[in-house]
Every structure is written in structure tokens, then in C-alpha cells.
Design a protein around this ligand. Structure first.
Ligand code: PLP
Length: 361
């Protein structure tokens, strides 16, 4: 068996111990005589799995009792529509545009009402997080929308906007569980699992209870209403049962290594190894402002597309996968989510140093 260092932005690496446990439990989950994939989601055994997953997530993030945890399908992208369908009662919302995914969410919101851009970093190719101090919120706006970690551009918020009581919605897909998160700052947080938490196919939503009383826009399908999922414990219909089970194993693993403070310390160490080298390199340059750097997605380039290509070709041969930047931006992107081991980052930096020595005279 061979495992390689996979720098994919998502689906991404999972903790090896979780994969081993899933393998061990594949054919016979805890003497049930079946795999979790084959199990009725209405069984007592499965109820135990989803309840434990939720309880462990609540422990990890310190989620207050007045927030519901939902396990949904449809990816982050479905949330781009569910958010306005469920929260845009006056059909007005404010959006902070920090990259590809925030823009997509904004475009989707425009289907349902008036979406206002109150800040954007598009002027400098999304290489920074805009100043959050003097944002001008629209008085009638039903919510303010942000994307905390910009997967494609490699930026992350280091603080949150003060929305003066307006609901703040956070797409946390690519930094979820990479560090502690103050849930109380938000009305709604969502995260597609495949970036940092589990397999593609389950999206975690954390929603403040009072938001469930907002009537959805007329015509909102049953399955796209948060309240339906909340009232039915994420089991109005068949949930992505196996994916939730894997997420649950990841939650347990994160608790076992010390929770999110420990996870954050580890992520800071890993990112520092990479950024420190990039900052000292004569050939590689980071593409975003230092103050806005993501710990999860590290974007860099040489400035010469031919050299980037040579670097990527060699990287592939050396056993590093998924290092090319997103097709819309080029260059390189190393996604170093929770499950990327320190050794993977170190090996990448060693390869970068070798490449630099060979290409700088
Ligand atoms: C990947 C990603 C999405 C889209 O997720 P899908 O599950 O593919 O719909 C949305 N937001 C962010 C920040 C992402 O990284």
C-alpha cells in the first residue's frame, strides 16, 4: 500500500487512523452484522451514531444550546440558495466578496432578492480581506454574508465584522474545525465536509434557533427549509448516513488529540514552515497579503508560468499530488488541512528548496 502527500483543496486527506477504523468497521459495525452504509437510518444503532457525532461536534466547538446542528446534503453550493430562501424575508442582503465562492453565493442570492456588495477585494485579485471596520450595512438587509477562508485565493478573515445585530452568515467550508470558532458571533455557519472534516456529500449547518422562526420565501421546497431539518433531527429524509459516520470519527479523533486549540497550534506550525520558507525564497512568492494569509490553503508562484509548470511536473514525479492552483488563478496551491501531516509539509519544502537550488544561479 502506498499513501502519498495529497495537497488537494477538496476532497482532501483524512486522518489515517479514521480511515483504518472505518476499514475495520466496514463489514460489521459493532456487532450489528452490517456496514454503516447498509444500515437503516431509523435504527437505534444509527441514531446512536448521529447523536454522538452531534454531541462531539458540540464539544469541539463549544456550541451553545440555542444553536441547532444540521447534517445536510447538496454541498456548500446548495447553501448559497438555502441561505436567501430561508433568511431573506425583506429580500435584501449584504455580501462581502472575498473570492470565487463568496461571489457565487452573491450571484445565487440575486435570484431571490437584492444582494448588495458592501466590500470586495476583487480589485487586487482577492489577495486580501477588506477592511471590516467601516462597512456600510444596508438598513433593510436581512443578513450579512461572508466566506471566512477563501479556498482558491488563500486568504482568511482574522476578525469578524461587527454587524450591529444583523445576522452574520459564514461560509466556513475550508477552515471549519481548523481552529476554535466563536459560534455566538454568527446566526448561521455552514461547511461542506470535504475540505477539512470528512467525505464529500455532507454539509454541516449550525443555525441559531431564533432564525428558524423566519418564514422561508414562498415556493421554498420542503427539503430546502432549515426548520424541517431542525425539527426532524436531520432525518426528514434519508441523511448522508455513512458520511456523517465518518465525520463523527473525525470529531472523536480531533477531541482525542486535544481539541481545536491543539489543532490550531499544529496548523500554525505547519503553515509557518511553508510561509517562512516562501518569504525567504528567491524564486517563490506568496500571492496574498501577509495579514490575510490562510493556514489551510497556501498559494504561491514563481512569476514565470514556465517555471511554475516545471515545478509542478517535478512535484508530481516526487509524489506530491494536487499542487496546481485553481484553474482560474494558476500558480501553485498547497492545501494543508488538519490531516496533512507535518512530514508532508516538510517534504514539500525540501522539494521546493531543491528546485530553487537548481533554478537560481
Ligand atoms: C468548496 C467550497 C464550496 C463549494 O462546495 P461544494 O460542496 O462543492 O458545493 C463553497 N465554499 C467554500 C469556501 C468552498 O471551499
Amino acid at each position: 500500500m502506498k499513501r502519498i502527500f495529497n495537497f488537494s483543496a477538496g476532497p482532501a486527506m483524512l486522518p489515517e487512523s479514521v480511515l483504518h477504523q472505518a476499514a475495520d468497521e466496514m463489514l460489521d459495525y459493532k456487532d450489528s452484522g452490517m456496514s454503516v452504509m447498509e444500515m437503516s437510518h431509523r435504527s437505534k444503532t444509527y441514531q446512536g451514531i448521529i447523536d454522538e457525532a452531534e454531541a462531539d461536534l458540540r464539544k469541539l466547538l463549544n456550541i451553545p444550546a440555542n444553536y441547532k446542528v444540521l447534517f445536510l446534503q447538496g454541498g456548500g453550493t446548495t447553501q448559497f440558495a438555502m441561505v436567501p430562501m430561508n433568511l431573506m424575508k425583506n429580500r435584501v442582503a449584504d455580501y462581502i466578496i472575498t473570492g470565487h465562492w463568496a461571489k457565487k453565493a452573491y450571484d445565487e442570492a440575486k435570484i431571490f432578492g437584492k444582494a448588495n456588495i458592501i466590500a470586495s477585494s476583487e480589485d487586487k485579485l482577492f489577495s486580501y480581506i477588506p477592511d471590516l471596520k467601516n462597512l456600510k450595512y444596508t438598513p433593510e438587509a436581512d443578513y450579512v454574508y461572508m466566506c471566512e477562508n477563501n479556498t482558491i485565493f488563500g486568504t482568511k478573515y482574522k476578525s469578524y465584522p461587527d454587524t450591529h445585530g444583523k445576522i452574520l452568515v459564514n461560509d466556513a467550508s475550508s477552515c471549519f474545525l481548523s481552529e476554535p470558532l466563536d459560534v455566538t458571533k454568527f446566526g448561521l455557519i455552514f461547511a461542506g465536509a470535504q475540505k477539512n472534516v470528512g467525505p464529500a456529500g455532507v454539509t454541516i449547518v449550525i443555525i441559531r434557533e431564533d432564525l428558524l422562526a423566519i418564514p422561508p420565501l414562498p415556493g421554498t421546497p420542503t427539503l430546502l427549509q432549515y426548520k424541517i431539518h431542525a425539527d426532524n433531527g436531520s432525518m426528514y429524509n434519508t441523511p448522508p448516513a455513512y458520511n456523517i459516520y465518518i465525520c463523527g470519527l473525525v470529531f472523536k479523533y480531533l477531541l482525542s488529540i486535544g481539541g481545536l486549540e491543539a489543532v490550531k497550534a499544529n496548523n500554525e506550525k505547519k503553515a509557518a514552515i511553508l510561509y517562512n520558507y516562501i518569504d525567504s525564497s528567491k524564486i517563490f512568492k506568496g500571492t496574498v497579503e501577509k495579514a490575510s494569509r490562510s493556514l489551510m490553503n497556501v498559494c504561491f508562484r514563481t512569476g514565470d508560468p514556465k517555471l511554475d509548470e516545471a515545478f509542478l511536473e517535478g512535484a508530481k514525479k516526487a509524489g506530491f499530488s494536487n499542487l496546481p492552483g485553481h484553474r482560474s488563478v494558476g500558480g501553485m496551491r498547497a492545501s494543508i488541512y488538519n490531516a496533512m501531516p507535518m512530514a508532508g509539509v516538510q517534504a514539500l519544502v525540501d522539494y521546493m528548496k531543491k528546485f530553487e537550488a537548481e533554478h537560481v544561479k
